[in-house]
Design a protein around this ligand. Structure first.
Ligand code: C2E
Ligand code: CA
Ligand code: CA
Length: 596
């Protein structure tokens, strides 16, 4: 490819919003190649251009060497004489156009000839412009300036991302190649970060492309400022600031960190990126919350080729996403092995439904004041033919990634409704069944009609169905999401907010959604009542939920002390090993019988 791209950093350091003065300074840094058989002409033209501020020239008298010099020196434009012995200007021009990446390279033809046929021929061969000999100084200055401006614009379009102004993948790869070569020469290491925005697709879909674009610009600005203000990001040379950061895909960015002393130096940057991206983004008065997953590869340990480094940082990023997002991951062989295991799991998951390998277990939810089982949460279990039970915490994220969660979720919903309906018929008619719903499933356009279908085919009373959703699913267009929830609620179904406290837990946010029940995450209750801070949090959550008219469920309760504490502070429902582990359907039925 045309490595001329690497030169444009001198012309366009800040591709977005450069003012006229800056642009002039940059143009004057351009390199101009001159080919003319007359040494005097070379001198005159160079002197005239020097007078108006240009500094870098490549004069060539022997036209037979022109093509070699051009490729070696990579100038920004060429001033080419037509009449030359051996190889004339036409021939040089013809050859230039055949070099890969030089199809649109700017060439101004210098000619004494007034013959219109000559001009026509030069145009046919792709001359950019003409100048008559003897050259008029102001015409020369203007034609050169216009040509370079057009070239800068063309480079801008070809090598920079128009949305964020960051270098695009093409320029970045070039730059990375240059950085790798330098690291090789200097025996230094180099760290490559691939940064992927988490669930950006969802954000884009819910907010619309216009706001999605604004978010990408804000993210790019944040990354740029981290890199600019960091002492860790060394530079190939002083003029390469912009190339450290690039947009390499729709929602993917990359940063090269060089000159690091220890690889952990790079972690400083990584932590900054994670925390900067997490800062709320205000758009139209709404705060949008994003996270990122970062993959890291290191030269030379993880590879000595640009392609390998990029690929490995990319798989590390995918791995970080699978491990739960909002984190970084160094590339490693173990990671690779783990990735393969996850791929195998995804393959096996594809056939798990048809092979009847899923089972629902039911964990009782106990109303503490009334001292009775008021319902149960369904928790899916996968009985793998070779590996036995696999925890949903392991396979649900894989199913989400593999696009299988919707089918699995549908099965859970059907099974839960049918089973519960049977228990209702057996006399346990007050039982409410809670079903975990994943984001992808919930945001499917036909989610509501599937709920309706499950309710109808099972004959279950809609008032007995509780859908457990999480805070992260409510990030996005508030009005749209709130109306979706209201719409589903009209069926008689209720909503429970799962894992409360682990997300953003914004009270004002919560008020906008019709949530009936709040589940305090196990992590806040583990040390209750021993830990004063946790006690306060639990008490505050209970009070807050009650003030919003919501019931409070405590999750993961194992000890009698917790039960006493929660009872004292008027928590409504308790779920956890203290009462029972999740039970198979037969065991749950036995459990129900024993409580009658
Ligand atoms: P979750 O919704 O927060 O479910 C509660 C988890 O805590 C369950 O883990 C449950 O077995 C466990 N647990 C309950 N009581 C206690 C306790 O006293 N101590 C401790 N240490 N743990 C307790 P499980 O069954 O492994 O499920 C893990 C997660 O997988 C669930 O977290 C939920 O997010 C997801 N999941 C489970 N079933 C489904 C499903 O059908 N669909 C979807 N989308 N996700 C599901
Ligand atoms: Ca749950
Ligand atoms: Ca939970």
């Amino acid at each position: 490819m045309n490595t001329a791209a690497l030169k444009i950093e001198e012309n366009i350091k800040e591709p977005v919003a450069v003012n006229g003065d800056q642009r002039q300074v940059r143009l004057k840094n351009s390199t101009i190649m001159l080919v003319d058989d007359e040494p005097v002409m070379l001198e005159i033209v160079q002197a005239l251009l020097e007078d108006v501020g240009y500094k870098h020239f490549v004069p060539v008298q022997d036209s037979t060497t022109a093509i070699d010099v051009l490729q070696k020196e990579n100038p920004d434009m060429l001033l080419l004489d037509l009449d030359m012995p051996a190889v004339d200007g036409f021939e040089v021009l013809e050859r230039v156009r055949k070099i890969d990446g030089y199809e649109h390279f700017p060439v101004i033809i210098l000619t004494a000839s007034e013959d219109p046929d000559n001009k026509l021929k030069a145009l046919e061969l792709g001359a950019t412009d003409f100048l008559s000999k003897p050259v008029d100084p102001s015409e020369l200055a203007l034609r050169v300036r216009n040509t370079l401006t057009a070239k800068a614009y063309q480079d801008q379009l070809a090598f920079y991302d128009s949305l964020t102004g960051l270098p695009n993948r093409k320029l970045f790869l070039d730059y990375l190649g240059k950085s790798v070569s330098q690291a090789k020469r200097e025996n230094k290491s180099l760290v490559l970060l691939v940064i992927g925005l988490d669930r950006f697709q969802q954000v884009n879909e819910s907010l619309g492309v216009y706001l999605g674009d604004q978010i990408l610009q804000i993210v790019a600005d944040r990354l740029n400022s981290i890199v600019r203000n960091s002492d860790v990001v060394g530079r190939v040379d002083a003029s390469t600031v912009v190339e450290d950061t690039a947009r390499i895909g729709g929602d993917e960015f990359s940063i090269v960190v060089h000159g690091v002393n220890s690889v952990t130096d790079a972690t400083v940057i990584t932590d900054r990126v994670l925390s900067e991206i997490k800062q709320p983004i205000s758009l139209d008065g709404e705060d949008v919350y994003l996270t990122a997953s970062i993959g890291i590869s290191v030269f030379p340990e993880d590879g000595i080729e640009v392609g390998t480094l990029l690929k490995r940082a990319g798989s590390a990023k995918d791995f970080a996403k699978k491990r739960g997002r909002d984190r970084y991951q160094y590339y490693s062989n173990e990671m690779e092995a783990h990735s393969r295991a996850l791929m195998k799991m995804a393959t096996d998951l594809r056939t798990a439904l048809e092979n009847d390998q899923f089972e629902l277990h039911y964990q009782p939810k106990v109303d503490i004041r009334r001292k009775r089982v008021m319902g149960m949460e369904c928790l899916i279990r996968w009985k793998h033919p070779d590996f036995g039970f696999i925890s949903p915490e392991k396979f649900i994220p894989v199913a989400e990634e593999a696009g299988l969660i919707v089918a699995i979720g549908d099965w859970v919903m059907r099974e839960a409704c049918h089973r519960t309906s049977e228990w209702h018929a057996m006399g346990y008619e007050s039982l409410k069944v809670s079903v975990n719903v994943s984001a992808n499933q919930f945001l499917e356009p036909d989610f509501k009609s599937k709920v309706v279908a499950c309710l109808e085919s099972s004959g279950m009373n809609p008032n007995k169905l509780v859908l457990e959703i999480t805070e992260s699913m409510l990030m996005g267009d508030v009005d749209q999401l709130a109306s979706l929830l209201h719409d589903i609620k009209k069926l008689g179904v209720s909503f429970s907010l799962d894992d409360f406290g682990t997300g953003y837990s914004s009270l004002s946010y919560l008020k906008k959604f019709p949530i009936d029940e709040l589940k305090i995450d196990r992590s806040f209750l583990m040390d209750v009542p021993g830990n004063e801070d946790d006690n306060s949090i639990a008490i505050a959550i209970i009070a807050m939920a009650h003030s919003l008219g919501q019931k409070v469920v405590a999750e993961g309760v194992e000890k009698i002390e917790q039960v006493k504490f929660l009872n004292h502070y008027k928590c409504d429902v308790i779920q956890g090993y203290f009462f029972s582990k999740p039970l198979s359907k037969d065991n749950f039925q036995t459990y129900l019988g024993s409580k009658k």
